[in-house]
Ligand binder design. Structure first.
Ligand code: HEM
Length: 474
């Protein structure tokens, strides 16, 4: 079984990991190959961060002496404005602004459209598989996450929205990810944010080595974890998420989306060789499924807080716990969900989740058959998400907000609503399901009735044909 810590498959072995099966080849990544990546990290960003901090301190002192306003907190602005004063900053700036020769902008633009084409399936897949399973069960990643506080139940929604904001910025249009574009700048900010998280945790380790076990989990936000995260973003939808909803992306779609994230990985300081081709991307995902995923107590904390957060979304986004659990079990299988201590929901939640699968599958069919519907949906989702998420008042500039502190770590947290419950919360609480779930249940019932009617019609016409053939013979 792939989740054993010592499982080292040989070429030709059939591997099954949490409901996904494949054959191991000599081209998959062995444990010996990936292990050193745990102690490697993005050195350019780490060095640039140190210079930026020194420049900021110098500017602060200067502003105090002159009585002028303090320098900006924004690391990107400091980098842009002071790159000419420092070799390290200049090198980092040149690195992120030099487009690799393998980038084909038209292909990346197609990759961006993929996200919106299957927007609903992509978002549900990312939440239930990418987050609940892959993220929660990657021990090194969750250890970092629970130390930054952004994964407490109270903060999780804004933290997820911020990650989602980045995803929308980098998929908005091709100008956005070209050097100097909005998504490009956001990615450089996120890269410096990761460097800040790493630096802070390592600083705490200097005085308290037990704060973070770098031997076991590697350097915080290390190269292996970053490769894993990129793989979760671009490979998991293709093989672990959309197929479970009945959608099979075309080979071109897979190629374009993996290429898009190869470039985004480059911007974030992640080695790109693991995503050079679709086959390499798939082997990377499969290798990490075998070597990296196992649940720990911290995984259960992150999964618990996620369910608490999502089931307490403000109206009209109420989602029941049973629906999340049914969806998680549908996509990740019972073995993992039992390990994460998710409950077993009733039949109604599964029927409602089947409605989601029917909906996204039907939409995909209609989009394949009618390209103008495809275009319309891509544009609509693009505009809606950009307006709702990127242009919201509380949009982030990816500052370092949840600074790790010695002795502080996120634990399991039940959600407490301050103040009185809204009338809608009470209604949907009593019903045991939210408005979207009711809608999905309705879709399931209508499609079920339609299929039943189709079967009855088919049976009736075949009976009529048989009778007329019988009459002819007689
Ligand atoms: C390489 C792929 C990755 C992508 C695309 C990515 C994306 C992001 C984004 C968009 C943010 C900003 C969200 C915010 O401001 O709250 C963020 C923050 C963060 N990321 Fe990543 N991430 C990646 C890898 C990782 C890995 C491997 C780790 C940990 C092992 C990690 C840990 C964090 C932490 C702790 C923060 C939040 C810092 C804070 O709370 O202020 N990320 N990441």
């Amino acid at each position: 079984m792939a989740s054993s810590p010592f499982f080292c498959p040989q070429a030709g072995d059939k591997v099954s990991s949490w409901g996904y099966s494949f054959t191991w080849t000599s081209d998959h990544l062995s444990r010996e190959e990936i292990e050193p990546l745990r102690q490697q990290y993005d050195i350019s960003a780490a060095m640039a961060l140190q210079r930026l901090q020194a420049i900021r301190i110098a500017l602060m002192e200067e502003s105090k002496l002159k009585g002028t306003s303090p320098p900006p907190n924004d690391l990107y602005v400091l980098l842009r404005d002071h790159r000419g004063d420092d070799d390290v900053l200049n090198k980092f700036w040149t690195e992120v602004n030099t487009v690799p020769s393998w980038v084909d902008w038209e292909q990346l633009a197609r990759g961006q459209r993929f996200f919106y084409r299957y927007a609903i399936a992509n978002i549900v897949g990312f939440a239930l598989q990418g987050f609940v399973a892959e993220n929660s069960a990657a021990p090194g990643v969750v250890e970092v996450l629970v130390r930054t506080g952004g994964f407490s139940t109270r903060m999780l929604l804004s933290r997820l929205l911020e990650t989602f904001q980045w995803l929308i910025q980098v998929t908005h249009c091709i100008a956005s990810i070209r050097p100097g574009g909005e998504g490009h700048i956001a990615s450089v900010r996120v890269r410096l944010l990761h460097a800040s998280v790493r630096q802070r945790i390592l600083q705490l380790c200097q005085t308290k080595p037990e704060y973070f076990d770098t031997q076991r989990f590697g350097i915080p936000v290390n190269t292996l974890d970053c490769v894993h995260s990129i793989s979760t973003f671009c490979c998991n939808p293709m093989w672990l998420q959309l197929p479970k909803f009945g959608i099979r992306p075309s080979p071109e779609e897979v190629r374009d989306y993996v290429a898009l994230f190869r470039y985004l990985g480059f911007l974030l300081g992640t080695p790109t060789s693991y995503f050079e081709t679709v086959e390499q991307g798939r082997r990377t995902m499969e290798s990490l499924l075998v070597h990296e995923l196992r649940t720990t107590d911290t995984s259960r904390t992150v999964a618990f807080n996620f369910v608490e957060c999502v089931t307490n979304l403000p109206p009209p986004f109420h989602i029941s716990k049973a629906f999340i659990e049914a969806g998680s079990r549908w996509i990740n299988g019972d073995e993992l969900c039992d390990e994460l201590e998710l409950s077993r929901p009733g039949l109604l939640a599964y029927l409602s989740f089947s409605g989601h699968c029917v909906l996204v599958m039907l939409m995909a069919w209609v989009q394949w058959l009618f390209p103008y519907v495809d275009e319309l949906l891509i544009t609509t989702f693009r505009v809606l998400m950009y307006t709702g998420i990127v242009q919201r008042k509380s949009r982030t500039r990816f500052e370092f907000k949840h600074v790790p502190q010695a002795g502080k770590q996120t634990g399991k947290e039940a959600y407490r609503i301050d103040g009185p419950h809204s009338i809608w919360s009470m209604i949907f609480g009593a019903l045991g399901m939210g408005p979207f779930e009711l809608f999905l249940l309705l879709i399931f019932v209508i499609s079920g009735a339609f299929l039943l009617k189709l079967m009855v019609l088919l049976l009736r016409s075949s009976a009529e044909i048989m009778t007329s053939m019988h009459n002819i013979v007689v």
